[in-house]
Design a protein around this ligand. Structure first.
Ligand SMILES: NC(=O)c1ccc[n+]([C@@H]2O[C@H](COP(=O)([O-])OP(=O)(O)OC[C@H]3O[C@@H](n4cnc5c(N)ncnc54)[C@H](O)[C@@H]3O)[C@@H](O)[C@H]2O)c1
Ligand SMILES: [Zn+2]
Ligand SMILES: [Zn+2]
Length: 367
């Protein structure tokens, strides 16, 4: 079958990949559509180190092709979104409603594939850049067949991460001042969730002016082109300490919540500096391992500012994905406009180029 394989240096489109049969509690999925998330680019450029060969992709939706023993949640023919967290389902963290804290849910690369006859691994327990893939039953979330799979696939990573960062990792109140750094697939999902939460100001920040239009259409109240303006200063002007003073004592004024959806330490810096007293920066973007950011500690301690991480928005796939589908069907969450373009899987590098040129909210590969 065809698949996109990371060979240690770059991505290769191959037609000599095979997948094994599903074992107990496993599901074989015929992938129909897969979004290209920035984390896929990070695998190719080395920002996210990953062993090779591995079948790439982690934002996918498809149809159940076969099920292994003991699978009861889905049946052959069901449409599913493929959750990326292959948690155990029985540990204390899973039972506490935090599958992203399950110790079995990270670094659990297995080798369900062969690539040219050699054992091939998966990526993020998912490998959605393949005609067929194997996942655990816990990752298979059945959805309504009315939902186009080209839109549904975005839910698997970008949308659960963005929406979950607002719903699960933050506690945004109506009227709050918010700022979102990076208006890509993840940032646009954050913006939509903030609109649903009735945030007061939703300030989108990006270095590409082309990102402004859709950000504003999907819910941002303001757009800052960070290639031309100082984002921190602009945010403080939009949410000043007082009418005649943008910055008060201990840098008062600014945002109650900021979301870093880029993965660059300088952007983390801006997102933390933009916070009002008591504000929280939710760090979503993923830089290379070991990348650090220095923060003046008193900026946090004196007035209760915080930084929290967000792994896939703290997603609980079987609970959160149906809620997201419901919000989509009610017209609250627009997934269709986030699919800028679909491409045959052979055009993976075209998607990467279009992404870098700022032409896409999301590019979606079809199989
Ligand atoms: N924590 C998680 O679980 C998780 C899940 C998915 C993605 N991610 C990470 O989130 C980040 C965003 O992913 P995406 O798929 O939305 O990427 P994307 O490429 O679609 O969007 C990134 C956006 O950031 C903008 N940008 C770049 N530099 C900037 C800067 N200095 N200031 C402001 N904006 C800037 C780009 O123009 C682009 O619009 C990546 O680091 C990705 O690896 C994390
Ligand atoms: Zn992703
Ligand atoms: Zn667990």
């Amino acid at each position: 079958m065809r698949a996109i394989v990371f060979n240690g240096e770059t991505a290769e489109i191959r037609d000599d990949v095979e997948v094994r049969k599903p074992g107990p509690n496993e599901v074989l999925v015929r992938v129909v559509a897969a979004g290209v998330c920035h984390s896929d680019i990070s695998v190719v450029d080395g920002t996210i180190p990953w062993p090779a060969p591995s079948v790439m992709g982690h934002e996918g939706a498809g149809v159940v092709e076969a099920i292994g023993d003991n699978v009861s949640r889905v049946k052959v023919g069901d449409h599913i979104v493929i959750g990326t967290v292959a948690n155990c389902g029985i540990c204390d963290r899973c039972n506490a409603g935090h599958p992203t804290w399950c110790k079995q849910s990270i670094g659990n690369r297995t080798e369900p594939f062969t690539v040219g006859g050699v054992p091939g691994g998966n990526f993020a327990a998912t490998s959605s850049f393949a005609e067929m893939t194997i996942i655990k039953e816990v990752q298979a979330v059945p959805i309504d067949k009315e939902v186009p799979l080209t839109s549904a696939c975005l839910i698997a990573c970008g949308v659960v991460t963005g929406v979950g960062s607002v719903f699960n990792r933050a506690n945004v109140q109506p009227g709050d001042v918010t700022a979102v750094f990076g208006a890509g697939g993840v940032g646009l999902s954050v913006i939509q969730a903030l609109r649903i939460k009735a945030a007061g100001l939703i300030i989108a920040v990006d270095t590409l002016a082309s990102k402004g239009k859709l950000a504003l259409e999907l819910g941002a109240t303001h757009f800052i082109d960070a290639s031309k303006e100082d984002a921190v200063q602009r945010i403080r002007e939009l949410a000043p300490f007082s009418a005649d003073n943008a910055e008060g004592p201990f840098k008062a004024g600014g945002a109650n919540w900021t979301f870093e959806c880029v993965g660059h330490p300088a952007v983390t810096g801006s997102a933390v500096e933009s916070l009002d007293w008591g504000g929280t920066c939710v760090q979503v973007g993923v830089p290379a391992p070991g990348v650090t950011y220095a923060v003046p500690i008193t900026h946090l301690t004196q007035v209760d500012r915080s930084i929290v991480g967000s792994r896939a928005g703290g997603v609980r796939a079987q609970k959160d994905i149906p809620v997201i589908v419901d919000m989509y069907k009610k017209g609250l969450l627009d997934l269709d406009r986030m699919v800028s373009k679909t491409y045959p899987m052979e055009d993976f590098f075209k998607v990467v180029d279009d992404m870098h040129e700022g032409k896409l909210a999301r590019g979606v590969l079809t199989f």
